[in-house]
Design a protein around this ligand. Structure first.
Ligand SMILES: Cc1cc2nc3c(=O)[nH]c(=O)nc-3n(C[C@H](O)[C@H](O)[C@H](O)COP(=O)(O)OP(=O)(O)OC[C@H]3O[C@@H](n4cnc5c(N)ncnc54)[C@H](O)[C@@H]3O)c2cc1C
Length: 510
């Protein structure tokens, strides 16, 4: 029997999404099924930000067989256990959204109900004392979670902060070693079959014509193929997420070497702080209708830990997504398919899930249209879940600047209203099968933004007060004792993945 000819896949774009797609395809689909060619233009460049991730990135790297310590060394990465939200909800507030659970269920009763009942009993221990990830993060420590599912130490996970440019370069080397063909050049046009409307080839500025069967558009905000050629409709979510600009600036490493990202709410948006081994990434994401670019730049530069290493780099965007990011034989991945501000570090996750969905639904030349329908359905769910979660951060606030008043008073999607009400009423956290975020994430942000349940699941009343008190004290004490003996984040990184020598004055990696 003759083998089918491999599908010719052409990827436009060599940013994080282009190289994650390419690496995923060459490693997990293989050359017998697909040949992969990536075209990118060094003249155009990449967006160059995107340094904080979610724990799912580890699953992606593991699936590709990437060695963690090597990858962290090459991308100058640090560990990330949580995101700290400062001044969100109200000025002076600080809470962490951890990668992991709060406590453990007791006799089938979910932990947040036990905690709510304990509060009514007069216990005042804050929720974060029951989170392994938060207690570790607050103490600037790190250790790997346990593999033993019975252990409390298995109740957290971790992600990375890394240099996005170095990650793309790392994946490029990974891909090229496995058959990826990379072409430098600028795509100027595309040809479509008159009958099917499918793309048949793209033409480069040099005149070279590159034919393909499947075209993956990773060209960034411009959406070269999925937008311009396929005319896939864009659904705007700016009424709910009005931030439309960012200024990004790296600074010298200084201050705490935090195993978490920091997000500080400001008058017209928020500022990120992402510590890498060799520098700290910073940026101000803001709504241009509430602050001028000059004011935003001054605010950002006034808030850095160390000396700026470059001028602030401006970026423009708008929140939304393509309604059909798979249209005919073209799939938009990354910024070409949608954008949600980086408040919860979700963009690289959305790239990853698109790549994994594509691999699971990988087409043949028979072009079953059901594959695209299913891909688009799955991606819709992902985007909408993230959208609601982001809006929650803005909406539940008691700040008084114009942006924050506007966000508090606006009408939010019905899906979010329903979630908030279920939690407020009796601490119920809705679970879903697909998409981010899990109930612990919602619990962290809902309570962090001062939404406290009025009641709890009556099942919590099936346990007597002593049992609840003893269990809760046991959990917080075990976490505290175990975290106390963990290495610091700086020491862990130093031993695990090479970094330059330590500057003794700071006690953190230089
Ligand atoms: C301010 C900001 C902060 C962010 N922070 C985070 C974060 O912390 N975590 C996170 O997960 N995500 C973050 N993101 C999102 C993240 O940066 C992107 O998801 C990620 O970089 C993927 O971008 P991309 O590869 O889709 O596009 P790009 O990086 O823009 O790459 C586009 C590629 O297409 C090529 N190209 C374009 N036109 C042509 C052409 N005509 N011919 C040939 N090649 C072409 C370019 O040369 C480039 O290689 C952030 C985004 C912004 C704007």
């Amino acid at each position: 029997m003759t083998q089918p000819v491999p599908l010719k896949v052409v990827i436009i774009g060599g940013g994080t999404s282009g190289y994650m797609t390419a690496a995923g395809l060459v490693a997990l689909v293989g050359s017998a099924v697909a040949s992969v060619r990536l075209i990118e233009s060094d003249d155009i460049g990449t967006v160059g930000v995107g340094e904080a991730t979610l724990p799912q990135i580890k699953e992606f790297n593991d699936a590709l067989g990437i060695n963690e310590a090597e990858f962290m060394r090459e991308t100058k990465a640090s560990f990330k256990l949580a995101i700290e939200f400062r001044d969100w909800g109200r000025i002076g507030n600080s809470y962490l959204h951890p990668f992991g659970a709060f406590g453990q269920p007791v006799r089938g009763v979910e932990f947040q109900h036990l905690w709510a009942r304990a509060r009514k009993m007069g216990m005042t221990t804050p929720l974060e004392a029951y989170s392994y990830a938060i207690v570790t993060a607050r103490q600037l420590r790190f250790d790997f979670p346990s593999d033993n599912r019975q252990s409390l130490k298995s109740t957290f996970s971790y992600a990375y902060h890394f240099d996005a440019g170095l990650y793309a370069a790392y994946l490029r080397r990974f891909g090229e070693a496995r058959g990826l063909v990379r072409t430098e050049g600028k795509v100027t046009s595309a040809a479509q079959a008159p009958d099917s409307g499918r793309i048949t080839s793209v033409t480069l500025e040099s005149g070279e014509v590159v034919e393909g069967d499947l075209f993956i558009d990773c060209s960034g905000f411009i959406g070269l193929l999925i937008g311009r050629e396929m005319k896939a409709e864009w659904e705007s979510w700016t009424p709910w997420l009005p931030c439309d600009r960012a200024l990004a600036v790296p600074c010298e490493r200084a201050g705490d070497f935090t195993p978490y990202t920091r997000s500080t709410a400001l008058e017209a948006g928020w500022q990120w702080r992402i510590p890498l081994q060799h520098r700290t990434g910073n940026g101000y994401v803001y709504a241009s209708s509430f602050i001028s670019d000059d004011e935003a730049a001054a605010r950002l530069l006034g808030n850095l830990d160390g000396a700026a290493l470059a001028d602030p780099r401006p970026l423009r965007f708008s929140a939304g997504r393509r309604k059909k990011s798979w249209t005919r034989n073209c799939i938009g991945i990354g910024l070409a398919s949608g954008f949600l501000e980086p408040l919860e570090s979700t963009s690289i996750y959305l790239v990853q899930i698109a790549v994994m969905n594509l691999i699971a639904l990988f087409p043949t030349r028979a072009w079953n249209p059901g594959l695209a329908t299913e891909f688009n359905r799955l991606m819709d769910i992902e985007y909408e879940r993230v959208r609601d979660f982001l809006i929650l951060h803005y909406h539940a606030n008691s700040r008084d600047e114009p942006l924050w008043t506007h966000m508090r008073e606006m009408t939010v999607p019905d899906s979010l209203t329903a979630r908030i009400e279920q939690f407020r009423h009796r601490g119920h956290l809705v679970r879903y099968r697909d998409g981010l975020f899990n109930p612990a994430s919602w619990l962290a942000v809902l309570t962090g933004q001062d939404i406290v349940p009025e009641g709890y699941d009556r099942l919590a009343d099936s346990l007597d007060e002593d049992t609840i008190r003893t269990k809760l004290e046991e959990i917080s004490e075990r976490i505290a004792v175990n975290v106390d003996i963990m290495p610091t984040h700086a020491d862990f990184i130093r031993d695990y993945c090479y970094i330059p020598p330590v500057r003794e004055s700071e006690g953190v990696p230089a």
